[in-house]
Design a protein around this ligand. Structure first.
Ligand code: NAP
Length: 432
């Protein structure tokens, strides 16, 4: 029997559990440990609430969670309630699937002013992550500035632009829905430090901006490279660029403009006790494709700045960490004997949800190669004893199902659920 502990119950965690089941059949016991009392990580708190079809993948994880040899061990923080060294004593393999939930910072003067938030915080706020429920962003005044040209920037722009009615069918949390519906900002500026041919935005997501009720996207035609140069792009990027070309032709009067500002790099954020403006430097792209400042600067007024420039994996005590890359130091997932990383904690914040599946299978194969059939480790019985001794209030998958039922029962008309946004409320919903 192999005992495997997976830390993190997002896509990477559940795909690894599924892979371990396939690899070892009934000769494995998997515990999926999460610091929150609710499972599914990024599916619950990262994927946009108006992208319910993507969130539907959690049904697959539920099937894994309900099998006999997989457990959810919620409300347990590795590094606080139990250490990595203790887990290594109890389990044959520990797989860190903790994702990359911390924001990379802009690293420019003023990036700590109130009103400057990272995308993990902002996305967590509208998705009901307990850490960010109190964010209350300012959605009025001179408007919002989004930094970055990836899909998270698109999610944030779209959510900032939608009316309350456009969230019908989504599971956006009530506190965000109310604030967004009453938003009075007239301009959302996306600052992209490089050009239209260097965006990391995918076509479907970009196209959605063209169909919003109260907002219209705008691209300055002068920023677009000659159309003939699109032919050299890969098909996905070419399609994305065709959306930008379309946005450059739109002439619609709507209350909100989503302005794509290319070749634009924030160099400072200013304001009197809160963000009021972003100082932006015009860039030029060099032969290596890097954005370099040209010395030309201008001001973009802003009441909110959301930086969507990527994420980091928070370190865990006792685990080798690559501070430069913001993830665990690993060799194809191997960190140390018995210790592995998977998903964004292994390779950084790139790829789709599905990219984590092959990752999970790779780790299961490594566990098979690295560990003998039976080390005689204690596994889950040992963990249970340790957590009981420390009075840790463990949340089981059955408990989660009660929390989920309460969230479903509280849903607005047309919405799948109204999420609890505090850990206390989640724990109370178990009915204990
Ligand atoms: P991303 O795709 O890596 O994009 C990050 C953006 O930030 C890039 O445009 C990058 O520009 C820019 N950037 C980085 N550092 C910067 C700085 N210091 N100043 C200004 N700009 C900076 O990351 P993401 O948008 O966070 O997305 C993460 C992953 O999740 C991606 O794989 C994404 O596709 C995926 N995702 C998918 C969906 C979906 O499919 N619906 C939704 C959300 C996220 P450079 O290119 O110049 O470095």
């Amino acid at each position: 029997m192999r005992h495997v502990a997976i830390v993190g119950s997002g896509p990477a965690g559940y795909y690894t559990a599924e892979a371990c089941q396939k690899q070892f059949g009934d000769q494995v016991r998997v515990d999926i440990i999460d610091r929150l009392p609710v499972p599914y990580g990024l599916i619950r708190t990262g994927v946009a609430p108006d992208h319910q079809s993507i969130k539907g993948v959690s049904r697959r994880y539920e099937a894994t969670a309900l099998s006999d040899n997989v457990r959810f061990v919620g409300n347990v923080t590795v590094g606080e309630d139990v250490s990595i060294a203790e887990l290594l004593n109890l389990y044959d393999a520990i797989v860190l699937a903790t994702g990359a939930p911390a924001d990379r910072t802009l690293g420019i003067p003023g990036d700590d002013l109130p009103g400057v938030v990272g995308s993990a915080a902002f996305v967590g706020w509208y998705n009901g992550h307990p850490d960010f429920a109190d964010l209350a962003p300012v959605l009025s005044g001179p408007g919002a500035v989004i930094v970055g040209a990836g899909n998270v920037a698109l999610d944030v722009a779209r959510v900032l632009a939608k009316t309350g009615a456009e969230f019908t069918g989504s599971d956006i949390v009530g506190h965000a829905l109310d604030l967004l519906d009453g938003a009075t900002h007239e301009r959302i500026t996306i600052l992209a430090r490089r050009g239209p041919h260097q965006i990391a935005m995918t076509p479907k997501e970009l196209g959605e901006l063209g169909h919003l009720e109260r907002a219209v996207p705008h691209v300055d035609p002068a920023d677009l490279p000659p159309e003939a140069e699109d032919a050299a792009l890969d098909p996905g990027l070419r399609k994305s660029v065709s959306h930008l070309r379309n946005f450059a032709t739109l002439d619609l009067a709507k209350p909100i403009t989503i302005e794509f500002d290319f070749y634009a790099m924030p160099i400072a954020i200013e304001g009197d006790g809160k963000v009021e403006r972003v100082i932006v430097e015009r860039t030029a792209i060099d032969a290596e494709g890097r954005a370099n400042g040209t010395g030309e600067t201008y001001v973009v007024p802003a009441a909110l700045v959301v930086s969507c420039i990527g994420y980091r994996t928070p370190p865990i005590e006792g685990v080798p960490y690559d501070a430069k890359l913001g993830r665990f130091a690993n060799d194809e997932g191997r960190i140390a004997p018995g210790l592995y990383a998977v998903g964004w904690a292994r390779r950084g914040p790139t790829g789709t949800i599905g990219t984590n599946r092959p990752d999970g299978f790779m780790i299961a194969e490594q566990i098979a190669a690295d560990t003998p059939d039976d080390y005689g480790k204690e596994g889950r019985a040992g963990l249970d004893m340790l957590l009981r001794d420390r009075n840790v209030d463990v949340v089981t998958f059955r408990d989660w199902q009660k929390i989920e039922a309460a969230e479903t029962a509280a849903a607005r008309d047309g919405s799948p659920r109204e999420k609890f946004t505090s850990i206390d409320a989640m724990l109370a919903a178990r009915g204990v």
